[in-house]
Design a protein around this ligand. Structure first.
Ligand SMILES: [Zn+2]
Length: 199
């Protein structure tokens, strides 16, 4: 009997917790909707999968060329630099091989060296354009490591300012963005114009 009562009690507590969590989530959701400015990367990842259930978004962007629609700012012989369509921070760039490849060890030397050069170029552009006090560079290698699109390698370049949120909470939580993608593209594009004459 005592066991049954204990079980009921535990069940009751769980029920109350669950209700509280539901109310908390509901309030949070209402607040997000009212604000309308908040960015939720985890939600956008889901939307992105729905929109691009077919081909690779990066290969598609490369085929579209250098323009605001593709979000591609520049490409060299083996590498392109583009805006992240779902940025974690304003000025968030992606640096990636133009060839569809999801494994670092399958890159040849030319591609790998070119990636390092273009990563440096991307950091230079972000630092000069946004004047951040720091910058996160990162590659999520494989789905288990958190890559949203694991079949096509892409390095993140994210400008950072002292006192802003830590990198991982930015990825996992809600984020306020200070500018639109069009504005970001217009601001960063000049830093790549003279480099884009190659192709
Ligand atoms: Zn691809």
């Amino acid at each position: 009997m005592a066991k049954i009562l204990g079980s009921q009690k535990v069940g009751g507590v769980k029920q109350r917790k669950s209700t509280k969590q539901t109310i908390k989530k509901s309030k949070s959701s209402d607040w997000v909707q009212k604000r309308g400015l908040l960015f939720r990367p985890e939600r956008y990842k889901y939307v992105r999968k729905l929109i691009h259930s077919g081909g690779c978004v990066f290969c598609e962007a490369y085929k579209l060329g250098i323009n605001k629609e593709s979000l591609v700012l520049y490409h060299s012989d083996y590498v392109m630099v583009m805006l992240n369509k779902f940025p974690y921070n304003s000025g968030h760039l992606l640096v990636l091989p133009t060839r569809h490849c999801g494994k670092l060890l399958e890159l040849n030397d030319e591609e790998y060296f070119d990636l390092q050069l273009q990563l440096r170029l991307a950091v230079k552009a972000v630092m000069e354009c946004y004047n951040p006090t720091g910058c996160n560079l990162g590659l999520n290698h494989g789905k288990a490591a958190g890559a949203g699109l694991p079949d096509h390698l892409h390095w993140h370049v994210v400008p950072r300012w002292s006192g802003d949120t830590n990198f991982f909470p930015i990825i996992a939580e809600t984020k306020v963005l200070a500018e639109t993608l069009d504005q970001t593209y217009a601001k960063l594009s000049p830093y790549f114009i003279d480099k884009s004459d190659k192709k």
